[in-house]
Design a protein around this ligand. Sequence first.
Ligand SMILES: [Fe+2]
Ligand SMILES: [Fe+2]
Length: 252
Amino acid sequence: MVSLSQLGSIDEVEDQLIVDFRSHPVFARMSEMSRTEFLEILLQRRFVSLAFVPFYELALDALADEPEKKVVRALIREEYDSAGELTHRERLVRDLLAIGASRDQIVRCRASDQTMGVAAGLVEAVRKADDHDDDTYQISILSTLRLAGEILVAVEYEMFWPHLQRFGLSANELPGKAESKFYYPHMTHDSRRHRIGIVPDLTCNRNHADLMTDRLRDRLMLVSARGVEACIRAARRAQGVKRSFYDQWGAG
Ligand SMILES: [Fe+2]
Ligand SMILES: [Fe+2]
């Protein structure tokens, strides 16, 4: 069994992983990018968003317990909203059109080998490996989804946001601007607001990252210190896969 305070070491590693992710040089260069250069990144990034559902579906098949399955199932369903509403991928295309991409440019864009490598890397990250036992595998899946599928997504969109605004999006309806239907809402509902090693305040609403944090914390507290190690190992790997996406515009 692991105490809550022992879980603080995961938060510390995670803080560092987020700092390192944000420090990718491509994010600093975005302020000098033209609309065309910026769109090139977003059009490639769209293919990673397209891989989100299969990535989560694979994880859902691998998760053993109902509380965790329930969260992942709900997040997959949320991708489609209710019938008659736009799917998250359609919302993404709407935001791209609003900042000046053409439909033709979107549908002609080909995923690069590096982008496909990132999608494959996420799938590989939720595969059971020889060094996993049942407990550490469950923890690895949750740690991977939480960081690669939620927290770092919010960090990416936070890094994009000033430039998305520069090219015409806004958080709310504003004259001359288009309200963001994809990037801005994801920036909010995927962001890390709670730490793993702190008693959760269950009175506030849970966003996607919080739902994952709650499940991961519960599971970590049932397992020995090897659960903490597995969680950190999976988080490092997830960050490495996500960060490598940006290396195609200059490694750093
Ligand atoms: Fe989504
Ligand atoms: Fe999410």
